[in-house]
Design a protein around this ligand. Structure first.
Ligand code: F6P
Length: 553
């Protein structure tokens, strides 16, 4: 494989890369966390970085000062900082789509100037936020009424991918801050049962649909929105005028919004420089803003901005997203780790990992570099996980005693939410004890000698021995507030950025999802009409035939 056109060596031929390979070999079979802590107990304090309200402890990683220094050298050599600055300046770093990448402008303060094609985009961002605030306040106060004059009590967001996962995740995360008298539902799946279950107990006269789609062409969303419109009109006597009071749109595509029949006065816009998976702090967050109110929404944006500024300005050795990104590279590229677990010890973060799956896997699931050459190195990991302690009773066994190396993030909060009663609040220490215990067990395990010392029969010793040495990052904050949620999301956004920059891939396109979309449209007539679809491979043709037969039974 030739070197890149820009003249810089391919990633794996860079001296900074080979230095890391050598460093890895020197420590074979594995740096040992017990030994690392015995030799250097100070790492427990030294390998901690603070950003905003987050305390990020990376001491339980298979790294030394030397590893970290070598990883930093790789970041410098691969131009992470230059690309970061270009992103913040609004340069078109999404090269395959020729777009700027400016989710950071969505949380910039009013007086910031960020130009795209010579135009400052920040006033537009705040104009939309103001329009959203006005609308959210009117819905929350009951001033915005439905077609029959009844107040809105139910809000249904229809969207998919980035137009669903962000608001759905954040709504769940911030439930204690939401207007409890309103009902919020999130519909994404083109499986009709998703919409059915979302609306079956709702009164159309009191229901507002928010159709969220950057492109306004996504088939799942348009199909669900069309069905929702029928449901509404059926329930309200068929007067088309009802749509104006019960449907609003969040999109970049006003033409398609108008074509669908939504008044563009009821459209909240965003821009092509906001990627779908980076969009829930844009107009896509309208459902969340109605839920938590404009002030809380702005607190969340402030949280994002704290981490943006940190990522932009903090020195490399204390830069949290940079360190987290580089640690992921250490495992994925130098230890063959295939996946990364994100394990929140907060039930409110039950959708956080699913949200991160799109953020990370749609961004960094790439196999050609920015110049179109196949990569010869691993790119994004499989991201997975569910809230602790549920996972402990399901799949942690494999992390503890299986054969795979699975780095994990443990996320927890010092305080339970304020509205819990005393008895439930008291459970919080037990929840957090589990987090700390898991981090400890994963890192330090239990040696055969320790097992024997407990009097365990010899034949059982191997089964009860824990190798340990499983790396974790522990992210701790006081409590899960809107600002802290913004901080957490921005932390992961920039972590993903760092990794994409090192791997020299375009983290901001998603061509890989296109093929399935095109094929679904092509196959559909074979299912509905039995049409003879040209080019259907024999296996798929047989499946379609079986489906049609079964359907008739
Ligand atoms: O899955 C592909 C994708 O384009 C995502 O990137 C995006 O978040 C999702 O579809 C929804 O797209 P839209 O907001 O345009 O409906």
């Amino acid at each position: 494989m030739s070197d890149s056109p820009a003249g810089s060596p391919r990633l794996t031929r860079r001296p900074e890369w080979t230095a890391l390979e050598d460093h890895r070999k020197d420590a074979l079979p594995q740096p040992d966390l017990r030994e690392l802590f015995a030799a250097d107990p100070g790492r427990a304090e030294r390998y901690v970085v603070h950003v905003g309200d987050l305390r990020i402890d990376y001491s339980k990683h298979l790294v030394t000062d030397e590893t970290l220094a070598l990883l930093q050298e790789l970041a410098t050599a691969t131009g992470v900082f230059g690309l970061r600055d270009a992103m913040f300046r609004g340069e078109k770093i999404n090269t395959t789509e020729n777009r700027a990448v400016l989710h950071t402008a969505l949380r910039a303060s009013r007086d910031t100037v960020i130009e795209v094609d010579g135009e400052n985009v920040v006033p537009g961002v705040h104009a939309v936020l103001d329009k959203m605030s006005d609308f959210a306040n009117r819905v929350r106060s009951g001033e915005w009424t439905g077609h029959t004059g009844r107040r809105i009590r139910n809000v249904v967001n229809i969207g998919i991918g980035g137009s669903d996962l962000g608001p759905a995740m954040a709504y769940e995360a911030l439930r204690p801050f939401t207007a409890r008298e309103l009902t919020f539902r999130f519909v994404s799946n083109v499986d009709g049962s998703d919409l059915h279950e979302a609306v079956r107990d709702l009164d159309p006269a009191e229901t507002l649909f928010i159709v969220a789609s950057k492109t306004f062409t996504t088939i799942e969303t348009i199909t669900n929105a069309t069905s929702a419109r029928s449901w509404l009109l059926n329930g309200l006597g068929g007067d088309e005028k009802a749509v104006a009071k019960h449907f609003v749109a969040l999109s970049t595509n006003s033409e398609k919004v108008a074509e669908f029949g939504i008044d563009t006065a009821n459209m909240f816009e965003f821009w092509d420089w906001v990627g779908g998976r980076y969009s829930y702090d844009s107009a896509i967050g309208l459902s969340l803003m109605i839920a938590i109110g404009p002030d809380r929404f702005r607190e969340m944006l402030d949280g994002f901005r704290i981490v943006d500024e940190h990522f932009r300005n903090a020195p490399a050795e204390a830069n949290a997203p940079l360190i987290m990104g580089l640690l992921g590279i250490w495992y994925g590229n130098f230890h063959d780790a295939q996946s990364h677990a994100v394990l929140p010890y907060s039930h409110y973060l039950s959708k956080f990992t699913a949200y991160l799956q799109q953020l990370d896997m749609e961004s960094n699931g790439k196999s050609v570099d920015r110049d179109g050459n196949p990569v010869e190195w691993q790119t994004g990991p499989v991201v997975w996980g569910t809230p602790g302690t549920n996972g402990q009773h399901a799949y942690y066994q494999l992390i503890h005693q299986g054969t795979k190396l699975i780095p994990a993030d443990l996320i927890g909060f010092a305080r339970p939410v304020a509205e819990l009663g005393d008895e439930l609040k008291a459970q919080h220490d037990l929840l957090m004890a589990n987090l700390f215990a898991q981090g400890q067990a994963l890192a330090f395990g239990k040696t055969a000698d320790e097992v024997r010392a407990e009097g365990v029969p010899e034949e059982q010793v191997p089964h009860r021995t824990f190798r340990g040495n499983h790396p974790t990052t522990t992210i701790l904050a006081t409590e899960l507030t809107p600002s802290v949620l913004g901080q957490l999301v921005a932390l992961y956004e920039h972590k993903v950025f760092v990794q994409g920059a090192v791997w020299n891939i375009d983290s901001f396109d998603q061509w890989g999802v296109e093929l399935g979309k095109v094929l679904a449209k092509r196959v559909e007539p074979a299912l509905t009409e039995g049409a003879d679809v040209p080019g259907l491979d024999p296996s798929t043709a047989a499946l379609v035939a079986a489906y049609r037969n079964l359907r008739e039974v």
